[in-house]
Write a protein that binds this ligand. Structure first.
Ligand SMILES: *Cc1c(COP(=O)(O)O)cnc(C)c1O
Length: 331
């Protein structure tokens, strides 16, 4: 890592932090299966390995980073609880991780967050505090609540222990299948991609690391091209776990150093990939969870004859939405 490009106030994780996360997660996170499919291999003319994090606890890889972050806290600080702003998978993951540690968790969500997500987060025992996304600043509210309760803020991606935890999924994948030529993962704020890159560099030398984001929001690709973090307006895509407007500051130095390419896929390609997984592998993968597989199976990544590992990052989509997306494309 070129330290001159890294600001001093940042704690950038290394593969040692991923190994530490693996120890903390042992016996807690599921070692999710690596799925293969002859049909998928034939479509891509390559050997494909799908790490099924849609089957992870709380339905997404986010449990890894959230649990690792809570476990890494000093016990005295941890006892005061954790706070996050999120209406997505990080909210549920952190709520669950907090419950497993017997501590309190406050999640800040917009007033208009989907009722399902609110219910799921409360279901894991978290307290939900609402804010008005048009008149209030969620970061200010998050900091205020953290200060009032002396609690620790655990961000969804821009945080060393989150990155290290997310890296354990790729580590397991490589440990299970051996050498791979490509590791392809979804990209939102870059927690999964940065952690995966740390694991790939350490465990699979020569493996190319590729991130995939929605076509509508290619800030990651722009940032890598420009050599600095590029911020975009909130993108419109069905990949609701990857609608971030900028890569995190802890994530970008790792991406700059260790990521070979960033690709994009369309919503249509995501839906076709969701359908493939449901029909052929009998699994539900949410739109964001299909980003990497869509790039590989629709030829966006040229990987003929290669061994390709992918993370299916999550499975949290309600069946009504799932059905509507598939129906809309059937016509
Ligand atoms: C959060 C999330 C992502 C994106 O992860 P980042 O660490 O923000 O890049 C991808 N897929 C799913 C299912 C997610 O929940």
């Amino acid at each position: 890592m070129d330290m001159s490009t890294v600001q001093r106030d940042l704690k950038i994780p290394t593969f040692d932090d991923v190994k530490e996360a693996q120890r903390r997660l042992a016996g807690v996170a599921h070692v999710t299966p690596v799925l293969t499919s002859k049909t998928a291999n034939a479509m891509a003319d390559a050997s494909l390995f799908f790490k099924a994090e849609n089957l992870q606890r709380a339905g997404a890889f986010k449990f890894r980073g959230a649990y690792n972050s809570v476990a890494a806290l000093d016990p005295a600080a941890r006892a005061n609880g954790v706070v996050a702003f999120s209406s997505g998978n990080h909210a549920q993951a952190l709520a669950y991780a907090a419950r497993l540690h017997g501590i309190s968790c406050v999640i800040i969500m917009p007033k208009d967050a989907p009722e399902m997500k609110v219910a799921a987060t409360r279901g894991y025992g978290a307290e939900v505090v609402f804010y008005d996304r048009y008149t209030e600043d969620r970061e200010v509210i998050t900091r205020r609540i953290a200060t009032e309760r002396n609690a620790t803020i655990i961000p969804p991606f821009d945080y060393a222990d989150v990155i290290a935890g997310q890296g354990t999924a790729a580590a397991e994948l490589i440990e299970e299948v051996g050498a791979i030529d490509y590791l392809v993962v979804p990209l939102g704020g870059g927690g999964l991609l940065a952690g995966s890159a740390l694991s790939a560099r350490a465990l699979a030398p020569g493996c190319k690391v590729v991130g995939v984001e929605p076509e509508a929001g290619d800030d990651g690709r722009q940032s890598l091209q420009k050599g600095e973090i590029v911020t975009i307006p909130v993108p419109k895509s069905i990949a609701d776990g990857a609608l971030t407007t900028a890569i995190g500051r802890h994530n970008f130095p790792i991406l700059k150093q260790d990521v070979d390419d960033i690709l994009t896929v369309s919503d249509t390609q995501l839906i076709e990939t969701m359908r493939f997984f449901a029909e052929r592998l009998k699994i539900i993968v949410e739109p964001t969870g299909c980003l990497a597989a869509a790039a590989v199976m629709h030829g966006v990544l040229a990987c003929k004859g290669k061994r390709v590992g992918m993370v299916l990052s999550g499975g949290n989509v309600d069946l009504k939405t799932f059905g509507a997306l598939l129906d809309a494309r059937r016509a």
